[in-house]
Write a protein that binds this ligand. Structure first.
Ligand SMILES: [Zn+2]
Length: 62
């Protein structure tokens, strides 16, 4: 089904605020070719909440 996301609740380590991945858009700090990283900005304190850190792509051909 399009437009249906699984809701997940994440916790900001900085301020303890809980937010849903549906309420807060995912942000990528610097990867134009996203490797599946998952980073959010806490809506309460603005801290980066890293769920999955940015990974370097492991491919033999650069
Ligand atoms: Zn926070």
């Amino acid at each position: 089904m399009l437009g249906q996301k699984k809701e997940k609740i994440y916790l900001c380590q900085a301020c303890g605020f809980q937010f849903s991945n549906i309420d807060v858009p995912r942000t990528c700090s610097n990867c134009f070719a996203c490797t599946g990283c998952e980073i959010y900005i806490c809506p309460s304190c603005g801290a980066e909440v890293v769920i999955k850190p940015i990974q370097s792509i492991k491919k033999s051909n650069v």
